[in-house]
Design a protein around this ligand. Structure first.
Ligand SMILES: [Zn+2]
Length: 166
């Protein structure tokens, strides 16, 4: 079973919203009902319930934005997965320079070479991961000029969340 209410309302209204609190209460009631009904079954002692989460969220704000285009002016780069983190690919020739530039300006984010991403992220071995990985500090978001334009058009509430990989 997947109950989407906390995720849906978290994305829509922000993780600290009244809507999310209400969704948590509702899910708590549903789980209580599920437990009570399962307890009535003859097979109740053979049932295992495993609860898992979707992902975490934190509030972000336009004032806490890292503009990657501003940081990498003059370089050709490919960017994937921006917001909480970004995969950045550049030419082999530019790699040391771009990495050093990002390292020098490391403010509200951490920058890693692919093979130096901390092991607890489990994010350094897959061939699709780029040479440079940027991870925003909690509450900060990594964006391009284009992302920022798009976000200006979106209702503020819809951009007040950030996905935390856990
Ligand atoms: Zn979600």
């Amino acid at each position: 079973m997947y109950f989407d209410a906390t995720d849906t309302y978290g994305h829509k209204f922000g993780p600290n919203s009244q809507e999310v609190n209400q969704a948590i209460q509702n899910l708590d009631s549903i789980l209580g009902y599920l437990n009570a009904e399962l307890a009535k079954l003859e097979i109740k002692d053979s049932i295992n319930i495993v609860l898992v989460s979707d992902h975490g969220m934190t509030e972000v704000s336009p004032e806490r934005t890292i503009n990657i285009d501003d940081l990498l002016i003059g370089y050709n780069f490919n960017l994937e997965g921006e917001v909480a983190f970004a995969d950045i690919e550049v030419s082999k020739e530019d790699l040391p320079e771009v990495f050093n530039l990002l390292k020098k300006n490391e403010n509200h984010y951490k920058v890693y070479l692919k093979n130096e991403v901390p092991s607890y992220f489990h994010y350094s071995k897959h061939p699709f991961i780029s040479s440079i990985v940027l991870i925003a500090d909690l509450g900060w978001q990594i964006m391009t000029n284009k992302d920022m334009e798009i976000n200006k058009k979106i209702i503020q509430k819809e951009i007040t969340v950030m996905i935390i990989i856990n």
